[in-house]
Structures are given as C-alpha cells and as structure tokens.
Design a protein around this ligand. Structure first.
Ligand code: ADP
Ligand code: MG
Length: 267
C-alpha cells in the first residue's frame, strides 16, 4: 500500500495555479527527494501532503485515507513534518521541545506517561542529543538545532516524515550528517521519508527516488540516475552538468555552469 498519495492536486492562489494537476505516490519505505528550481511549488506541494494547505482540487491520502477527513492528532501519529527554518523560543530546553512531539498521543489533561518519556528518550538517542537535552535550543549550533527539530518529529513516532530543505542552513559536513541519519532512520526504523532538497547532488546520492517539480507540475519521477540527466538539468534547471561515477562507483553530479543556450539568451 502507498504510504502517501497525491491525486490530481491543484493549488490556486493570486489568480494562478501554483500546483497544477500533480499526482504522486509514495510507497512505504521510500526515500523520495523533491527537487526543482526556486518557486516551482515544492513547499506548496509539501504543505498539501502534510495537510497544512487544503488543495483547490484533488486529494491527498495517507495510508489510503483522505487527509481532510483525519483528525489532526490521528494524522500526527502517522505523519510528521519538519518545516523550513523552524523557530522555537530560544530559552526552551531541547528535551522540552522534543516532548511536544508527544502531544498527539495524549489528551491535554494527561501528564507525561512512561511511554511518552521513552519516546522522547529514544528520539534524543536517535538524533545524538542525549548530552544536550538540558541545553536551551537558542544555544545550539545550526546542525544541533536541526536535529532537535528532527527529534521532535521522531517523538511523534511517525511512519512517514516530511522535511522541507532540512540541509539549507547547514555546512557541508552537517548536511551529510543529517542525510546519513535520515537514511539510517529509513533503513533501520522503517521510516518513509519525503524531503525537499536544494542540492541536486544530495538527491542523486541519498534518495531512493527523485521527483522533479517545475512550474507546479511533475516534470519527472523515478530512480535518481534515470531522472537526473544532462537533459533534465538543462531543461528544468537551465544549467549544464553531467552525472559521473565517483571512485566508489556511486553517481555524482558534475556541474559545469549555466547552460550555453541559456547564456546566449541572457546576453
Ligand atoms: P518552492 O518551495 O519550490 O521554492 P513555493 O511552493 O514556496 O516554491 O512557491 C511557489 C510559487 O507560489 C512562488 O512563486 C510563490 O511566490 C507562490 N506562492 C506560494 N504560496 C502562495 C500564496 N499563498 N499566495 C500567492 N502565491 C503563493
Ligand atoms: Mg520552498
């Protein structure tokens, strides 16, 4: 069964279709990277997939059930979302932030139960934050802060996790650290992952499948090495590049610069 499905999604705002007739299936166990130029509609798509934006038409289904018919807490037990550049009050402690992930699991009048404590502890362990649990979020480095938000999402004990450009504000080492962690969560904990990525090379190397969004439409979907081709780079991103094998035999992207025709156009 598909973990998540989008069927003929349309999102209109300001008199135009920002997302147009977009259908997509995410099977359980997938690591799907969504790439595309700035303004293509990636964040809008992700917000519809997470039930934060209601499509103008079309439907989103989570484990076969229409998202608009699910109670928010029922949805949050299955699906977690890490938005782009989330903000927390700087003096909140890491453990407290992560414990918000338990809210969908208990009524407002309940205190924290043993199972809640265990879920928070496990999320802190999984993200390597046990030693930082008592530190204010405002004192964390960028990489640590991103992991704290990931830990909050994991404390929900979701089956599918969606992230919007989680590596954008990280240096390259912390980008790989986060992507490695997401791959481990997928492989070891069976978590389905959908993430918008800015770096095409990361999508090529970390995703199981890649979806390309251009002008609100799905331009391509498939295995990374089938999707990321010189032609796609030229047509969608207007750059010249090729995919080569690195010394480990893995695909790697070699970016050469602006597409030649593109250069002439902008002259
Ligand atoms: P991406 O994440 O791919 O960069 P977005 O999904 O954020 O793109 O935005 C796609 C386009 O839709 C952009 O041109 C953006 O300005 C526009 N847009 C997004 N949300 C709205 C809205 N609520 N009203 C009007 N325009 C919007
Ligand atoms: Mg975006």
């Amino acid at each position: 069964m598909n973990m998540l499905e989008a069927e003929k999604l349309v999102f209109s705002a300001a008199g135009r279709n920002i997302i147009e007739d977009l259908s997509l299936q995410v099977p359980a166990g997938d690591v799907l990277a969504i790439i595309g130029p700035n303004g293509a509609g990636k964040s809008t798509l992700l917000k519809m997939l997470t039930g934060q934006l209601t499509p103008s038409s079309g439907a989103v289904r989570l484990q076969g059930e229409a998202v608009h018919s699910l109670a928010p807490s029922a949805m949050a037990k299955v699906l977690a979302y890490v938005p782009q550049g989330p903000q927390a009050p700087p003096d909140i402690l890491v453990r407290e932030l992560v414990s918000y992930g338990r809210h969908p699991h208990r009524a407002w009048y309940m205190g924290s139960r043993a199972e809640d404590e265990e879920a928070v502890e496990r999320a802190l362990e999984r993200t390597g934050l046990v030693d930082l649990a008592k530190r204010p979020v405002g004192l964390l480095s960028g990489g640590e802060r991103q992991r704290a938000w990931l830990a909050l999402a994991l404390a929900q004990q979701p089956q599918v996790l969606l992230l919007d450009e989680p590596t954008t504000f990280l240096d390259v080492c912390h980008q790989f650290e986060l992507l490695d962690l997401l791959r481990r969560l997928n492989e070891e904990d069976n978590l389905t992952v959908v993430l918008v990525l800015h770096e095409i090379n990361h999508a090529l190397r970390y995703a199981k499948r890649v979806a390309v969004v251009k002008d609100g439409r799905l331009a391509a979907l498939g295995y990374p090495w089938d999707v990321v081709t010189p032609e796609l780079l030229r047509q969608v991103f207007r750059v010249q590049g090729e995919v080569v094998a690195d010394s480990d035999g893995r695909a790697a992207l070699l970016m050469q610069g602006l597409d030649k025709e593109n250069k002439q156009e902008s002259r």
